[in-house]
Design a protein around this ligand. Sequence first.
Ligand code: PMV
Length: 335
Amino acid sequence: MVRGPRLQATYEAPPNIALVKYWGVRDRERALPYNSSISVTLERLRSRTTVRFDPELSEDRVELNGAPASEGPRNGVVRFLDRVRALAQVTYGAEVRSRNNFPTASGLASSASGFAALAGAATAALGLSLSGRELSKLARFGSGSASRSVFGGFVEWRAGARADGADCYARPLYGPDYWPALVDLVMIVKGAPVKEVRSEDAMQATVATSPGYRRRLAELPGRTRKIRAAIGARDSRRLFPLVMDECDSFREVCETTRPSLDYLTPTSRALLGEVRALNREAGRPVAAYTHDAGAHMHIFTLERDSAQVRRRLARLPGVERAFLLRPGPGGRRVD
Ligand code: PMV
């Protein structure tokens, strides 16, 4: 049962940005999404999490970025640990220390990196050696997008069709070095609002109230196939318009949710317009925007165009910072 004598492990995991968005859960109990999603795992940014189980501890201690976690995040971690304890058939309390090397409040997907790191550290601490696929199946119970952060490069999280979720897991499509010319220019916007509704609740409000949600679901298999094929051909001219269509579809169902989910600031919207103008003027898709449930923008472009794109976008009022990221490796044990 429990093999790891130290009951402690440290694991690092990266965030990812979705090209096909996960937004909507068909079975909350089993954490099964309505649709498959595709993402790029990002280099350099990391959550680093140490978990130590201790038979003497009656309560879990959770520290995030050097301070005791507030109630909401703490409950999420404790619920996740309960799942890992049930797997290993132990009842020990745990001490969890997690740190991001990027600002949590910046709205860059810290739930994906955080829960992938927690899944890796907690299972390793209890001596459970899970395959990448098993780890991705577990991580999604913390946050759906965490299932994809287990792997590097281009990753697909398959929704699967089975009611028991056996065919629902993430798998790597291509490794981090597959398309070296593709870069993600991350645009941090000033005054990005802190999320009022957690993603897992927000997406269910969309499922229940957005009139366009069914249509989105009907369109997704075709769009997902095309996006996979464009990545397969390393064809940015095909990929970029599809990525923007997908982002627009995601934003449309958010905005038509009741009450409306509006994640963008005027600066984010100006960035959308500027990317469209840039592509129009160039007569080709030079860049593609996408965003998560937040105001910051990810602008995909090719290395050779990145300086020009950056100059043009970074001068917009309200852009705080721009930095360039490439696809990066997935999660790994570091102790
Ligand atoms: O994994 P969650 O529950 O934080 O939801 C992620 C939702 C999006 O970031 C908007 C889309 C995605 O696929 O990452």
